[in-house]
Design a protein around this ligand. Structure first.
Ligand SMILES: [Zn+2]
Length: 217
């Protein structure tokens, strides 16, 4: 009887040791991630040759709730605005004025430039999945312009450059690059989806992430 009890106790001690090791490994991995990925938002002036203009939405504006968060995704959108002149500057200037309604997003990309409107480490409502949704809470919203007269192929490439730069900067993998559709079922980014080009986009972004990493080394 006494022997049996002792054996039981030894087994429990073994479990405790294993649990302790797992917790230590978890803490070490967490610390490594924190050291590797910045926790503050970054403000690039250029992403792999594409100029970035930063004009942030005012603090307290309806499109900028100001809630700090952990970055887990890059969420790809298209503006759906096919009017001539509906380019990155037009969307960026609208965001800088506080936008229309509570919708907000971090970057707008066209065929020549990028506009940065919300700090990457702050929540914005672009993914259509509500105040507790993963896309809104943890996604960097990237809008691709589809304006008449714009060169969509160039916009596609510029957005992949921005996405690759962000993947490298925040240590995000290809499966963390999402469509707006993934969070709310909206048909967005529409032309990319309808032409079956999301895989191509992510593969290109991954190439640019490697280029961004090589530039750092
Ligand atoms: Zn969208």
């Amino acid at each position: 009887m006494a022997q049996k009890r002792r054996r039981k106790r030894r087994k429990r001690r073994g479990c405790g040791l294993l649990l302790g090791l797992m917790v230590m490994a978890g803490v070490a991995f967490g610390a490594w991630r924190l050291l590797k990925a910045p926790t503050e938002g970054l403000y690039p002036e250029d992403v792999l040759g594409v100029p970035v203009y930063t004009q942030l939405a005012p603090e307290g504006a309806q499109n900028r709730p100001g809630t700090k968060r952990e970055i887990r995704y890059i969420v790809i959108h298209e503006t759906g605005n096919t009017a001539a002149g509906a380019d990155a500057a037009a969307h960026g200037q609208l965001e800088a004025k506080g936008g229309e309604g509570t919708t907000g997003w971090h970057y707008t990309v066209d065929d020549t430039e990028v506009w940065h409107s919300i700090p990457d480490d702050e929540v914005a409502y672009h993914a259509g999945d509500g105040a507790e949704g993963d896309g809104n809470l943890h996604g960097i919203g990237v809008e691709l312009c589809v304006n008449a007269g714009g060169d969509f192929e160039k916009t596609f490439d510029n957005a992949a450059r921005l996405t690759g730069w962000l993947m490298n900067a925040y240590d995000l993998s290809a499966d963390q690059v999402k469509e707006h559709y993934d969070f709310s079922g909206k048909n967005c980014p529409q032309t990319i989806r309808e032409n079956g080009r999301m895989e191509e986009f992510v593969a290109l972004a991954e190439q640019y992430a490697q280029q961004a990493k090589a530039q750092e080394d």
